[in-house]
Design a protein around this ligand. Structure first.
Ligand code: SPQ
Length: 429
């Protein structure tokens, strides 16, 4: 599939973005392991979360779909998953693959898991190695470095472990395994990654002690079903934030966006660039804060994005790179080598594709240097099979002369099937 975008001024309107992907995945995982029925509203009905849903159905969990975005998950209890008769297909989702590995390691089942071409290249040793220290029995390609993985559920024991990288997927995988293990699991991460799991553990009645970036969980705690109302995904909202900022004379309001502080690095970075995004109607539901964001077109200035800020905006770096092409001065992004092991090598993909549009961008091992403002030109660009690259290039197309054709745009359905329609609605007003 190909998405064609033309230059646009004057994006106007009030929109809502679909549910947060990280929280939607977790609502099914927690709901499945809880006692009784969890009610989920605002669920993200996109390919990645559907992959999680199908995996848990194959593991014996009944999931009622009351509508696209409303579910009832019939919990089977902490160790109640049943052995799947099929290979679990995690599709394109790193979150599903890594967290499910931790959950399966402590269940009384044998399971085999694989995913699409991108997932088959993404590193799994980061969860397999610490899980083996807990007593997990896992086999996989490259000694457990890549899927397919075969997991034979075992009696796990708590460990003390320092995460080599700040990663919510590793942290969540090990916290879930810790919940299934005997004794205490103590984890430390180098800087704080998104904390949706910690918040959801509390919502489902489990105790977790948090001391800075150190987490202690005691195994065997039962989860109690909860009401999960998923806020809009700030990672999806970020495309329209940047679109409104750079596409002349625009004014866009985005309602009900998740503003969990471990995810709002994009607001901090854009603020440092002069965006002045307003937050109103801030409130907490299901232990997650949300707000209405107001964005108007602005002159942007270069900034530096590095250090502890990186985990707080890791998925927004592609769209921030597009913003940087329109900002005055030189923006430097560093400490972001994790981008090389996402759905694509996002550093290489962005550099390659934005160069085709005339951007002044240089690839670094752990980031990029981007100078601006540069007049972009429409071009034939490619998503590299990565939803965030596809949507970032579409937004770049809004300020490029002529037509931009984003090839392999079907990847957008991984996290935001409605993207094209919402963008068209903002352009048409
Ligand atoms: O699930 P997946 O494929 O890894 O998705 C991505 C994305 O861009 O949507 C990353 F490629 O988001 C991750 C995010 O980068 C989702 C996530 C989570 O829900 O826990 C955590 C981050 O990954 P990590 O490796 O830093 O833990």
């Amino acid at each position: 599939m190909e998405l064609t975008v033309k230059k646009a001024h004057n994006l106007k309107g009030t929109i809502q973005v679909p549910g947060d992907k990280s929280i939607s995945h977790r609502s099914i995982m927690f709901g499945a392991l809880a006692e009784s029925v969890t009610h989920v509203t605002g669920f993200l009905a996109a390919d990645d979360c559907i992959s999680t849903m199908h995996c848990f159905e194959a593991l014996g969990v009944e999931i009622e779909r009351l509508s696209e975005t409303e579910l009832k998950v019939h919990g089977v209890g902490l160790k109640g998953l049943t052995e799947p008769s099929v290979i679990l297909d995690t599709g394109n989702s790193g979150t599903t693959t890594r967290i499910l590995t931790g959950i399966l390691a402590g269940q009384n089942v044998f399971a085999v898991m694989t995913g699409d071409a991108s997932i088959r290249k993404r590193p799994m040793a980061r969860v397999v190695e610490p899980l083996r220290l807990m007593g997990a029995q896992i086999w996989g390609r490259g000694g457990g470095t890549y899927v397919p993985l075969a997991i034979n559920g075992a009696a796990l024991k708590g460990i003390t472990y320092d995460l080599p990288v700040a990663s919510a997927q590793i942290k969540t995988c090990l916290l879930m395994a810790g919940l299934l293990a005997e004794g205490e699991t103590i984890l430390t991460e180098p800087s704080k990654s998104r904390d949706h799991t910690e918040r959801m553990l509390e919502l489902f009645g489990a105790r977790l002690s948090i001391d800075g970036n150190r987490y202690t969980i005691t195994g065997g705690q039962q989860l109690k079903a909860a009401q999960v109302d998923v806020p809009g995904d700030i990672s999806s909202a970020a495309f329209f934030m940047v679109a409104a900022l750079i596409a002349g004379d625009s004014s866009v309001i985005i309602e009900n966006v998740g503003v969990n502080p471990t995810r709002t690095g994009v607001l901090d970075a854009l603020d440092a660039m002069g965006a002045g995004i307003s937050l109103s109607d801030v409130r907490d539901i299901s232990n997650e804060p949300r707000a209405t964001l107001g964005i108007t077109g602005k002159t942007l200035y270069a900034t530096t994005i590095q250090g502890d800020l990186i985990p707080r905006l890791i998925d927004e770096i592609p769209i921030l790179a597009v913003a940087a092409t329109q900002a005055h001065g030189t923006t430097t992004i560093r400490d972001a080598s994790e981008l090389r092991v996402k759905e694509s090598d996002r550093i290489a993909a962005l550099t390659q594709e934005l160069l085709k549009m005339g951007a002044d961008i240089e690839e670094l091992e752990d980031g990029m240097i981007i100078s601006g403002p540069t007049p972009l030109k429409g071009a034939r660009v490619n998503s590299h099979g990565d939803h965030r690259i596809a949507m970032s290039l579409a937004v770049a197309g809004l300020v490029a002369d002529g037509e931009t054709n984003v090839e392999d745009s079907e990847a957008i359905a991984i996290s935001y099937p409605e993207f094209e329609r919402t963008l068209a609605a903002l352009i048409d007003r």
